[in-house]
Design a protein around this ligand. Structure first.
Ligand code: ZN
Length: 217
């Protein structure tokens, strides 16, 4: 991949990192983001980086075994400690090219409360995200985080990491990021609707129609 092409990909990660920070989905050194390059390697935020203040020197290139490749950056602190989680996704899902992980507060609250939300309440969740699954707890930064995704990895684009945070994935960074925002907004709405005392589901025919849209996307 050309140097300018790589730089463009790095800049996309920089922009998404900033947006996650601005929306307060991450603070300090929380969260990590990555994408798969055309050469099959992965660009991922560096260990300990603040996603709101990322620059291209804070993006590390690794291969699917987790080994650093390519030109290393001046400020190289190694790839995110959650690289294993990202790699587990890329290895299992060939069509996935981006992962976004944050500690977005509503999603993390659901993960703390062990509440797995039903996905048939808002149209955009059914059509654009699909099932949202709650994983078993795994210590952040360990291989167990990747393993905790395995039961749902074949059919799921959004994971509530137990007592940890939110992971969304997609065929590109735009889709993975969009799913992240949709899930967090959805769980905020569900929290408010719960306090109002009633949550109605979409009609079954509408769910069938919307699921078809997701399958075709
Ligand atoms: Zn995390």
């Amino acid at each position: 991949m050309s140097e300018s092409g790589q730089e463009q990909l790095r800049q996309r990660l920089v922009i998404v990192g900033r947006e996650l920070y601005q929306r307060r989905y991450v603070s300090a050194c929380e969260g990590n983001i990555s994408l798969r390059t055309g050469s099959g390697n992965v660009l991922i935020s560096a260990a300990g980086s603040n996603l709101g203040k990322l620059n291209s020197a804070d993006i590390i290139e690794i291969d699917l075994a987790g080994k650093q490749t390519g030109t290393q950056t001046s400020r190289d602190s190694g790839p995110s400690s959650e690289s294993g989680m990202h790699l587990a996704v890329y290895i299992a899902r060939e069509e996935v090219s981006a992962c976004v992980h944050s500690h977005a507060p509503y999603a993390t609250a659901y993960a703390v409360a062990s509440k797995e939300p039903e996905e048939d309440i808002l149209p955009e969740v059914v059509a654009l995200v699909g099932p949202i699954r709650l994983t078993q707890y795994a210590s952040p930064g360990t291989p167990e985080v990747g393993e905790s995704l395995q039961p749902f990895l074949s059919e799921c684009n959004a994971f509530l990491l137990k007592n940890h945070g939110l992971l969304t994935i997609g065929e590109n960074l735009k889709v993975a990021h969009q799913r992240h925002e949709i899930v967090e907004s959805y769980l905020k709405i569900l929290t408010i609707a719960s306090s109002l005392g009633n949550i109605d589901k979409l009609p079954p025919a509408e769910i069938t129609r919307l699921k078809k849209l997701l399958a075709e996307s």
